[in-house]
Design a protein around this ligand. Structure first.
Ligand code: UT7
Length: 325
């Protein structure tokens, strides 16, 4: 049986740190509200780095960590909801920047679940072809699609990128569980171009070009998605939840994690979080967290971990993997 394992990780975060106090000078908010409602203390906001630059830097680090040359990479998938261009794809631009001449490259759009979806698509492509190695990247410049006058959203998000190299191997990703609920898509939106040409002018239903969120609905959806996904993955792998060393969730809100821990009857410490430093970086958040854990040497060969994401679409899903670096 062909398995897919993670063999390297990388990340890039803009240097510009914006604290809650800094934000209180931009919108009517305060450190106390943001910290108690979300757990976020600061986030990184681009001062010029775009999605391609951040994705490229994260990819270079992941390649170095896996001791591979860019020409060894057969596939690059970038998950992003904030591409710099409609065309070329972010993945093709990364390919050009790192010289991954042999790779097939494309982007996927699954909002905050994008990194998980990317991992599943990349794993399937490696398993079903003679391609051996892939770069899966989550990269976002969310600051460009935030309404900086809406305190309900602009305090939640940050910019950044995370990447991992996956390869065919002996042991590694043991199961995926992914799902989409299009009928609930209205709860988290960001509009794009309207159909406008010399013959017609139609306003897009989602006509606001920044993130809009029904926070309370997404909160409930988040708790259910994480607990359902963890449950499904435990069933598929026949693992015991006690044997899982870490659950690495999409980093959105520490209260979501507290509620989920209670629902699953597990300790909060099983969830790895770094959202206090980076806020919600959408498709990048799980990959950034994984890289941070790898760099801190929190993971040993054989450790069982679960990655789980949820977000716009609505989309959610997770991966159960044995760390095998
Ligand atoms: O990747 C996408 C995943 N997204 C998520 O997981 C988000 C899930 N949802 C949440 O995290 C929470 O719903 C939020 C943090 C977004 C909001 O928390 P909440 O407890 O649901 O607050 P709320 O929206 O119901 O607002 C409560 C109050 C309101 O004031 P009034 O009407 O009670 O006077 C808001 O206007 O808090 C006010 N408020 C703020 N006050 C200070 C909203 N945003 C702010 C703010 N600073 N930044």
């Amino acid at each position: 049986m062909i398995n897919i394992k993670v063999t390297g990780t990388g990340s890039y975060l803009p240097k510009n740190v914006i604290t809650n106090d800094d934000l209180s000078k931009v919108v009517d908010t305060n450190d106390e509200w943001i910290k108690t409602r979300t757990g976020i203390k600061e986030r990184r906001i681009s001062q010029g780095e775009d999605t391609i630059t951040m994705a490229t830097n994260a990819a270079k680090e992941a390649l170095k960590d896996s001791n591979l040359d860019s020409k060894d990479i057969d596939l690059i998938i970038v998950a992003t909801l904030t591409p710099d261009n409609f065309m070329p794809s972010t993945a093709c631009s990364v390919q050009n920047n790192i010289g991954a001449l042999n790779a097939m490259c494309f982007d996927i759009s699954a909002a905050c679940s994008g990194f998980i979806y990317g991992l599943e698509v990349a794993s399937s492509l490696l398993k079903s072809s003679n391609r051996k190695r892939a770069l899966v990247i989550g990269a976002e410049t969310l600051s460009k699609i935030l309404n900086w006058e809406d305190r309900g959203t602009c305090v939640l998000f940050g910019d950044g990128a995370g990447a991992c190299v996956i390869e065919k191997g002996d042991k590694g990703i043991e199961a995926f569980h992914t799902h989409s609920i299009g009928e609930k898509g209205d709860n988290l939106t960001c509009g794009a171009y309207d159909v406008q040409n010399p013959y017609v002018s139609i306003k897009n239903e989602v006509n606001e070009k920044y993130i809009k969120m029904n926070g309370r609905e997404i909160f409930k959806f988040a708790v259910k998605s994480i607990s359902d996904t963890v449950g499904e993955l435990i069933k598929k792998t026949s693992w015991e939840l006690d044997d899982v060393k870490y659950i690495v969730p999409h980093q959105a809100n520490v209260r979501v994690i507290d509620y989920t821990a209670k629902k699953l009857n597990i300790d909060n410490d099983k969830f790895y979080t770094n959202l206090d430093k980076y806020g919600n970086t959408s498709a990048a958040s799980i990959a950034i967290a994984l890289d941070e854990m790898n760099k801190k040497k929190l993971l040993n060969k054989g450790d069982k971990i679960i990655l789980v994401g949820f977000g716009g679409g609505l989309t959610y899903g997770g991966a159960a993997l044995c760390w095998n670096v």
